[in-house]
Write a protein that binds this ligand. Sequence first.
Ligand code: SF4
Ligand code: SF4
Ligand code: SF4
Length: 377
Amino acid sequence: MAKVKNWQIKREMEYRYEQNRPKRQWAIVFDLNKCIACQTCTLACKTTWTSGKGQEYMFWNNVETKPWGGFPLGWDVHVLEKMGSQEWEKNKSLAGKTIFEAAEGSDEIAVHFAPEDEDWMYPNIGEDDASGNVPSGCAYALPHDNWFFYLPRTCAHCTYPACLAACPRKAIYKREEDGIVVIDQSRCKGYQECVRACPYKKSMYNPYTRISEKCIGCYPAVEQGKQPMCVQNCIGKIRIMGFISTPENAREDNPIDYLVHKKKLALPLYSQLGLEPNIYYVPPIHVDTKYLTQMFGPNVGDAIENYKKIRDDAVAQGLFTLMGCTDKIIHKFKVDKQLVTAFDESGSEILTVPTSEPFIERKSYDKYIDTTRNNTP
Ligand code: SF4
Ligand code: SF4
Ligand code: SF4
């Protein structure tokens, strides 16, 4: 094991390989306050990458309703239960153990969980369910306040991937040019160690080809300066893909750095597990912060307060408006006089849009077609 620096848990930790950060790191930010669980992202990925034999059950991108949904079933609950209660220090560094550290002394590289075949069979279980199917039929039997939210998930192209660390064939590697984690299909022998080790359960086994597969970060699009299919096709415009810097190199004009490091609006998922995952979430503002703290860490309350303030912040508003406006990767953005401009890698303008959209109230009577429209409550 080597000592590596993990900025998300604010300390060094044990990992199988030496620290070797890529030249740049692929990342996605999701605004969970806007996801409508339309599953367009899921289908965009499915029709592009997983329509082949043995891939029928695979959803490299999925959207689950929290707290009751999960694909595969209980993917997070099992690992969290095995890890037990973990604490954060006052300075918000992790006091507890990562999944790599907790496995020390065992034959395993990380604390893991192996889903059964049946666990992959219900990708939409718990959708729109705030009650956890309490069988009594009594609304007062809710085990918590009545809330739920949608959690879209892809592979996090982790800085310290458990899938990569666990592979005995060294078939998994992290691309130097963008940090995307891929499986070399010619080296994989289908041992499924990656499926067991990934705590996010984003490496999947193809029983037809007998090798493992996973989200490829849409690298063919990324190589052409385009955002992934699940991002391009997001109906709710809740996503933006770009490249994240380490905190000490964060740039104010890089959209991902701005949201994660500068404004501290977006947080990693289960960072306490120690993988430095590179999908980041603006947490939902209506959900119990105890639950959210377990999921997004000790900064979740601050992120929610920061989000509530963005209606008075033209720069942040401008950036949120840019989400979903272009299929190109935005390397830089600038806000000036209520206009926000996005730039590509070469510094050329991609597009300019207003920082906020006008509010237009349509009259109920339409004189052009002589009809009256009513809103139905
Ligand atoms: S999310 Fe899982 S599959 Fe993806 S890089 Fe991390 S450990 Fe590997
Ligand atoms: S990045 Fe591409 S491969 Fe990965 S989940 Fe999104 S669409 Fe699928
Ligand atoms: S397409 Fe966007 S809004 Fe629809 S489910 Fe996916 S992430 Fe949510």
